[in-house]
Design a protein around this ligand. Structure first.
Ligand code: A3P
Length: 334
């Protein structure tokens, strides 16, 4: 997080606490293991890798963010279906106010409908809308601000085949991260992903943290896979509504509310909306970004077009070996 941004907001929210957390983050970073990331140096903190900006955001969030017990967190490693999960969640949660012809999702990018702990932290600390109960984050389970677990917040986690996750992340990096920096060769980026030295990685550790927590507390943590959502979105929209304590009534089911939500949040529909084709979000932050970058193909198995068989096999083997004994598999059809 840029110091100017922190200073600008520090006068609003507990200035001293924020400055303290900011100074703490600046002191911690030089003491950490450092590695070359895809586009900037990355640092190992509590077992995961981040660039310095995200890391400062994480340390600030850990020090300052206080969850409310009614908060529900949408958690994910980047490029595993966060945008889709946000859209589905928002549509489910607001269905009595809006339908598919009036939903804010038609004019607002899903990331603008559900705030994110890392990118919207300052707003959440200073002017949190009391009606905001859904929040999102890419931070790993073991590094979540303590109050999230202590307050018993519910969590939905979505994960994805690591091969598609890598490809999606790489394509995203090509479009945005390499605008201002020299791109590293894809083979090198792949190697780093396989070593676990990648943004928010190791990927398998990110997944395992939430997987194990979901086994311990299934009533608090709903664990989803992108591929299963793609296969039967209707089933999972129902599961989400039940998990959020807002199950669909028989009347809603008969009226086709679930199918309408699935259709409205489909890749085809969202990616063709004007706001997602030409809009940008987080314009007032250092993270401004074109909305269309979050809608690329939305397919399962797109890795087949981008990775060699050897690369795909290597990543599958690494991940499955790391997951072995956990009861979870990410690259095998179940
Ligand atoms: P691809 O790059 O494979 O197309 P995230 O939202 O976590 O950044 O993940 C982005 C991935 O989700 C991209 O995958 C994107 O195309 C896909 N995606 C975005 N919206 C989607 C939707 N409504 N349905 C299915 N996939 C979607």
């Amino acid at each position: 997080m840029e110091s100017s941004l922190v200073q600008e907001h520090a006068s609003n929210a507990g200035m001293e606490a924020m400055q303290k957390a900011h100074i703490r983050s600046l002191e911690i970073i030089p003491t950490l293991n450092k590695s070359k990331g895809w586009h900037s140096d990355i640092y190992e903190y509590q077992g995961f890798w981040y660039d310095s900006m995200l890391l400062q955001g994480l340390i600030l969030a850990q020090d300052l963010f206080r969850a409310q017990s009614s908060d529900i967190f949408l958690c994910s490693h980047p490029k595993t279906g966060t945008t889709w999960l946000k859209a589905l969640t928002f549509a489910v949660a607001t269905r009595t106010q809006f339908d598919e012809s009036s939903s804010p999702l038609l004019t607002k990018m899903p990331h603008d409908c559900i705030p994110s702990l890392e990118f919207d932290l300052l707003k959440l600390l200073n002017q949190r809308d009391p009606e905001t109960h859904f929040l999102a984050t890419h931070f790993p389970y073991s590094s979540l601000p303590k109050s999230i677990i202590a307050s018993g917040c519910k969590i939905v986690y979505v994960c994805r085949d690591p091969r598609d996750t890598f490809v999606s992340r790489w394509k995203f990096a090509e479009k945005i991260l390499f605008k201002h920096t020299e791109p590293i060769p894809v083979e090198e980026a792949f190697e780093k992903f396989c070593e676990g030295v990648s943004h928010n990685g190791p990927y398998w550790e990110h997944v395992l943290g939430f997987w194990r927590a979901s086994l311990e507390s299934p009533e608090k943590i709903l664990f989803l896979k992108y591929e299963e959502l793609k296969k039967d979105p209707t089933l999972y929209v129902k599961k989400l509504a039940d998990f959020y304590g807002r199950p669909f009534s028989v009347e809603e089911e008969e009226k086709g509310v679930i199918e309408n939500i699935v259709k409205m949040c489909s890749f085809e529909n969202l990616s063709n909306l004007e706001v997602n084709k030409t809009g940008k979000h987080r314009l007032d932050t250092p993270f401004a970004i074109e909305n269309n970058l979050f809608f690329r193909k939305g397919n399962v198995g797109d890795w087949k077009d981008c990775l060699t068989n050897e690369m795909a096999e290597r990543l599958s083997q690494i991940v499955e070996q790391k997951l072995s004994g956990s009861g979870l598999t990410l690259t095998k059809t179940q």
